[in-house]
Design a protein around this ligand. Structure first.
Ligand code: KPL
Length: 300
């Protein structure tokens, strides 16, 4: 099976590298990482060990594959969609944070499936990614129901020894993942602590309240996500990834732009439309945006 992974940062390299054990994988990412993968292969260590030799490109335009996985940061979704629109794919599946799939659907002809993952990945050096936690991958139809393409993607993962689920309840899972991101990412980035310390420590109340707000939005959109289930998801993921730093905590530590708009922006925009109150998400969004502005990463 030919697989293109568009956005080979930490997570994309981990997932693409694992798939390369059984498939013909092309990673699309940035130099010097891609150059090193081309020269010496991709080394995966940590919870999984592998040394694989996927193709590594810095330009993902005009390619073709059976499956394109989109793993860019959520704020790069527009450029990812533009590049993928020049290629030919049987199916496209996003494994990003935030609710990005609608943007792919609007820009692309092939069917787009939604995906979630809680794998932990960190780029250690060019050509070297660490698996900081084996999580769960779920793929399925954006609007819910069992899609035969999800079963096909599931087999692609299974053939490479990666556990995945073809899910019929993707609308709910997307909001559950958004609740996890809203609960963990902002508080952990601001407090500069691990996922476990975030939910288990003084910021735990903020994390749980942010998750409840996402559940409220989900219900306002007709998706059955109870407050208790959103909170359970935050606690479970924090437990499973206790020693990890969230992607937003890593971004802030590295002085990089964060996914604040794709996570908290997605919550507050929907709250505005639905007339739902989300004060915790608004506060976290404002403070993280203030940090980005102070760093010269945004102009507001
Ligand atoms: O997706 C994540 C991230 O760090 O972006 C997890 C690990 C699930 C925490 O929210």
């Amino acid at each position: 099976m030919e697989v293109l992974v568009y956005g080979a940062g930490a997570l994309g390299s981990l997932v693409g590298g694992l798939l390369a054990r059984a498939h013909d994988v092309t990673l699309v990412g940035r130099d010097p990482h891609m150059r090193r993968v081309r020269d010496d292969g991709l080394r995966i260590d940590g919870a999984v060990e592998a040394h694989v030799r996927p193709r590594a490109l810095t330009d993902g335009s005009h390619r073709s594959a059976d499956l394109a996985l989109v793993t860019t940061k959520a704020y790069d979704i527009a450029s990812a969609a533009r590049a993928l629109a020049t290629g030919e794919y049987d199916v496209v599946c996003s494994l990003q944070n935030g609710l990005t799939e609608e943007r792919l659907v609007a820009a692309l002809e092939p069917p787009v499936l939604a995906g979630t993952t809680s794998h932990g990945a960190r780029l250690i050096d060019p050509g070297h990614v660490r698996c900081t936690g084996v999580g769960e991958i779920a793929v399925g139809a954006l609007t819910g129901g069992m899609d035969p393409l999800a079963a096909r993607i599931n087999r692609v993962f299974a053939d490479a020894g990666v556990a995945a689920t073809a899910a019929a309840d993707m609308p709910r899972r997307r909001y559950e993942k958004l609740a996890v991101n809203a609960g963990i990412n902002g508080p952990s980035a601001l407090a500069r602590v691990t996922n476990g310390e975030t939910v288990g420590g003084p910021a735990g109340g903020v994390a749980r309240e942010a998750a409840r707000e996402v559940a409220r939005i989900a219900r306002a959109e007709g998706i059955d996500l109870a407050d208790a289930d959103a909170v359970d998801a935050v606690e479970r993921v924090a437990d499973e990834t206790a020693a990890n730093r969230s992607s937003m905590a890593e971004d802030v530590a590295a002085g990089r732009r964060t996914e604040v708009d794709a996570i908290y922006g997605a919550v507050t925009e929907r709250a505005d439309v639905r007339g739902t109150s989300v004060p915790t998400a608004r506060t976290l969004a404002a403070v993280i945006r203030a940090w980005e502005t102070g760093q010269g990463l945004r102009n507001e």
